[in-house]
Design a binder for this molecule. Structure first.
Ligand code: PEP
Ligand code: MG
Length: 874
């Protein structure tokens, strides 16, 4: 069908209202102008040209639902109206009943972009008052007219709303008072002509859409600058009158949970969405112990509505909210919009639609925004709860938790021992705080960005975390934090960290629990069937590994072994090792660490049940294991039985100006090789131990911070030697895979040289970003928001992979690596690994798997599935 081809279209099913003129019964209307089109089953109406509401109404007409007659105005037509060029009003009104009042509603392409408010009862005037009074009663007719004058004055004539402050809707002369007020303020009589009223409404709505504030508002919601507005002009079904008349809103699911539940309200003698604000006068829809219901008042209408709603769900392939009117017992469907929904409801709705065969599984997968899964994986502040925001920072680890403020890791542990949830507040965290982080319910730091210590550990533990909250004053000595508005919070006060929003809230708002329910599990299973890139987890502890298994990770892509040394008993031995003067002393400390590490690895292998486990050798600078404050130094001197001055001197000697570029990673492995020897032995002995119970385990050993081929050769020689020694001692053979973490630009550039010594490369995009930009991952939070606001960087590159720069190095490293070693396995294990944009990039760059914090694994699995599905459908 093409517009203007002169075809004749049947009218939509005729509404059962008293205002529908008999002249249209059985008639047909010529349909030749797509810009001003009467909505019939075949009218040229499209989402992209007339907006979602107009298109939805056409679908309802096609389903033969009782929809009042409607004319749709296209985006182009409304744009012309905004410019002052009015449509042919006669043509517009031709398909509509002359005797009907009208309403105009906005119809934008995406309902979330908003639009001007609907205007009801257009056409009401003094002449119609008498007829309407006979129909619905004098008082109701007067109120309707007075309300219309009020709406028109404010929304169309843009008069001061205060002028109606004293209007008494019950008064007999209310219409005269309202008309006089209009005349006074507008200095002209109220327009009585329905055509003039309609033109005024159309013009004001068109102009409101094109105004600057409306444009900025919708752009903030993702609308393009030139997004169009359509309008629909519909015959009113009044919802007022002598039989059972009224209006309401109905949907078949609960918007928060997504479970089936008839929700909404109905109010007799009301219009539009009044029932939702009707308080005690509103009825429940289904029978309800809390009060009277539509089901009891008008059972037939209720049944009809349920059937209409079910039909809409099936045929529109979506859960819809229906706006309806009942007039003398008969149901009219005025409008349908997509049900507003929480993320958990979105998952259940999509899964149920697919299970009911209404949409394919692939579409259910595509309908869920991957990041929205975060809401299901963590506790959230109830969206309906009041929020008392104390300050904001970087949303570093999602979820929300409340607790009493503590300022040290030791206090966090003490609090946990008392069974009291606490929020650990630090300027920034360091490895010494890890135990405190384990004990805390949430973490707040003054400094840091997305890849700072607190953020990485927080995400790994699934601990809500806000970092870089520099608008709050942290007074660590006084043990208080001071909000920008001057409010002080002391140790012991209860606050809430909302790590999804990056907000610190006072007190303890109501929460919604995590929802890893059947709908979530079904969606994830379908995602795994669809995706074509593997997803592993970054997991350091048995608890992380179990979370990774729960979220169906394909293995561990990065085990940061240094995180295993922060338990109190290990830390002391570690410090002894660092302080050892002679190789013999060092070896004896390492001999104590060996069984601990072996037990760690054995447990990880057992939990992962034969799935690949990639263990990164020790990475951080040694001084991170040493205390910096005086009390810590004194404790250490006691533990090591050394004078405090000795300890202080040794600690100072290990300090570096720029530790992240200093003695860490493979540099430590080469200068203090006993550490890697011990770790390699622990890995191999654990391999033999865990392999006894099942399939032989093939551990993956990864060398961090490589920048030169020779580093790999040296480490490989020693690791091979340890493997040979363990094989001989134990009389058991095993295999292992050695790989390199590509996280310095030089490693990426020299990948062809390095690759022949490796089974795999894993791109550490945190350090690679840090070194490519020359941007400290721990300090960038201070200026990152200014940089992003001013467009220096499009996004925080620690958060969203910089495809142009860091990405180029990554592609180059991947290509050169595969040139040097065609069977090389490639992965990305930086924090970017879990982000949908990075996964897109990784798939295109031929990366075999991404690895991310366990709690991001589901997000990554869904994002990967969507990318594969989109590729398939083109
Ligand atoms: C990286 O640098 O990307 C990485 C994964 O290692 P870490 O964050 O431990 O430095
Ligand atoms: Mg790194």
């Amino acid at each position: 069908m093409t517009p203007g081809d002169g075809r004749i279209f049947p009218l939509p099913r005729k509404p059962r209202g008293v205002f529908c003129g008999p002249q249209y019964e059985g008639a047909a209307v010529q349909q030749d102008n797509p810009d001003l089109t009467f909505i019939t089953p075949t009218a040229p109406v499209a989402n992209e040209t007339h907006g979602g509401r107009a298109k939805c109404l056409q679908r309802l007409v096609r389903l033969d639902l009782p929809v009042p007659r409607t004319v749709a105005l296209s985006f182009d037509e409304v744009h012309r109206i905004a410019q002052g060029v009015m449509p042919d009003m006669k043509a517009l009104l031709a398909p509509l009943d002359e005797g009907s009042l009208l309403c105009v509603r906005p119809s934008s392409e995406d309902p979330d972009w908003g639009g001007p408010g609907a205007v009801l009862n257009i056409g009401m005037n003094g002449a119609r008052l008498a007829a309407l009074s006979a129909q619905i009663g004098e008082s109701a007719a007067r109120k309707l007219f007075a309300r219309f004058i009020q709406t028109y004055s404010i929304q169309v004539a843009r008069l001061d709303p205060d002028m109606f402050d004293d209007l008494d809707l019950e008064a007999e002369d209310v219409c005269d008072v309202a008309l006089a007020a209009y005349e006074d303020e507008a200095e002209e009589p109220f327009p009585q002509d329905p055509g003039v009223q309609l033109a005024g409404v159309l013009r004001s709505m068109a102009r409101a859409w094109e105004g600057t504030s409306a444009r900025l508002l919708r752009q903030a919601k993702g609308a393009p600058a030139d997004a169009g507005l359509g309008l629909v002009v519909q015959e009113m079904v009044l919802g007022l009158g002598r039989g059972e008349c009224g209006s309401g809103v109905l949907q078949l699911v609960n918007s928060i949970t997504g479970h089936p539940q008839i929700t909404g309200r109905y109010m007799s003698q009301s219009q539009g969405r009044d029932a939702l604000d009707g308080g005690a006068e509103s009825l429940f829809l289904e029978k309800d112990p809390r009060g009277p219901s539509l089901e009891e008042l008008a059972p037939e209408a209720f049944e009809a509505l349920k059937l209409d709603a079910a039909l809409m769900r099936e045929r529109l392939r979506e859960e819809m909210q229906i706006e309806f009117t009942i007039e003398n017992g008969a149901v009219h469907i005025l409008d349908g919009v997509r049900v507003q929904r929480s993320s958990r409801a979105a998952v259940r709705i999509a899964v149920q639609l697919a299970k009911d065969g209404i949409i394919p599984k692939e579409e259910a997968l595509i309908r869920i925004e991957p990041r929205a899964l975060n809401e299901l994986l963590h506790r959230q502040v109830d969206p309906d709860a009041p929020r008392d925001v104390v300050g904001t920072g970087v949303a570093a680890s999602p979820g929300a938790a409340s607790g009493r403020i503590v300022f040290t890791a030791a206090e966090a542990q003490a609090s946990a021992a008392r069974g009291e949830p606490c929020v650990l507040v630090r300027r920034e965290t360091n490895p010494e705080d890890i135990r405190g982080m384990h004990a805390a319910s949430a973490v707040l730091t003054e400094r840091g960005g997305t890849t700072s210590h607190a953020a990485v550990i927080g995400r790994g533990l699934g601990l809500p975390c806000v970092v870089g909250a520099s608008s709050i004053r942290f007074q660590m000595r006084k043990k208080t934090i001071v909000a920008p508005d001057g409010r002080e919070f002391r140790e012991g006060d209860v606050i809430t960290i909302d790590g999804s929003e990056g907000e610190v809230l006072a007190g303890e708002p109501a929460m919604l629990e995590a929802a890893l329910d059947d709908a979530f599990q079904a969606l994830m299973t379908w995602a795994d069937e669809a995706r074509d890139i593997d997803v592993r987890a970054n997991a350091d502890t048995p608890a992380d590994a179990r979370t990774a298994r729960n979220f169906n990770a394909g293995g561990i892509g990065l085990c940061r072994t240094e995180h295993m040394f922060f338990e109190a008993d290990r830390l002391t031995v570690m410090r002894e090792m660092i302080f050892a003067n002679a190789a013999g002393d060092r070896r004896s400390a390492l001999d104590q660490l060996l069984p601990m590490q072996r037990a760690d690895f054995t447990e990880l292998f057992r939990i992962m049940e034969g799935m690949p486990v990639c263990i990164r050798l020790f990475d951080p600078p040694l001084h991170e294991f040493l205390p910096s404050e005086r009390t810590g130094l004194r404790d250490l001197a006691e533990a090591l039985n050394l004078p405090l001055s000795d300890v202080t001197r040794r600690v100072e000697a290990l300090e570096e100006y720029n530790p992240m570029l200093g003695m860490r990673g493979v540099r430590l492995g080469i200068t203090v090789p006993e550490i890697y020897d011990m770790q390699a032995r622990a890995i191999f002995e654990a391999t033999i131990e865990a392999s006894r119970e099942g399939e032989p385990i093939v551990p993956e050993i990864m060398i961090p911070l490589v920048s030169a081929k020779r580093e790999v050769e040296l480490v490989k020689t020693r690791v091979d030697a340890v493997a040979a020694a363990v094989r001989t001692e134990k009389g058991v053979d095993f295999d292992y895979r050695l790989g390199v973490m590509v996280e310095t630009p030089r490693a990426a550039l020299r990948a062809e040289d390095i690759a022949p010594h490796c089974h795999f490369f894993s791109f550490g995009t945190n350090d690679l970003t840090q070194m490519t930009y020359g941007l400290s991952r721990d300090d960038a939070g201070r200026f990152m928001s200014t940089y992003v606001q001013q467009g220096v960087y499009p996004e925080d590159p620690f958060h969203t992979l910089d495809a142009d720069g860091v990405g180029e190095l990554l592609k180059l490293g991947a290509e050169r690596g595969r040139k040097g070693q065609p069977d090389l396995t490639l992965s990305v294990c930086g924090e970017h690994g879990g982000s949908p944009e990075s996964i897109d990039f990784c798939r295109k760059a031929g990366i075999n798997y991404v690895s991310c914090s366990p709690f991001r694994v589901p997000v990554a699995r869904l994002a990967a599935a969507q990318l594969a599905i989109r590729d398939k459908i083109g």
